[in-house]
Design a protein around this ligand. Structure first.
Ligand code: FES
Length: 69
């Protein structure tokens, strides 16, 4: 079974929660969201997934999804 990526593992925030917050703020700025939510600031492994989420609306990824760092 493929690993599932649906959150910033360092902060525990799900991508759906981050997406909801981004919509409320009318922003897709990763920098701003990092500051507002205190996520994406540690290992940054979630950042490519967040960028893809803002492009496609996808909030759950597997290791077979192609996400460009
Ligand atoms: S997974 Fe988001 S900062 Fe580590």
């Amino acid at each position: 079974m493929a690993a599932k990526f649906d959150r910033c593992r360092c902060s525990g925030l799900k991508f759906t929660q981050i997406n909801d917050h981004a919509q409320a703020l009318h922003t897709t700025s990763i920098k701003r969201l990092k500051r507002e939510l205190e996520m994406g600031m540690y290992c940054s492994a979630c950042v490519p997934y967040l960028k893809e989420m803002f492009k496609t609306g996808q909030t759950v990824f597997t290791e077979t999804d192609e996400v460009t760092p």
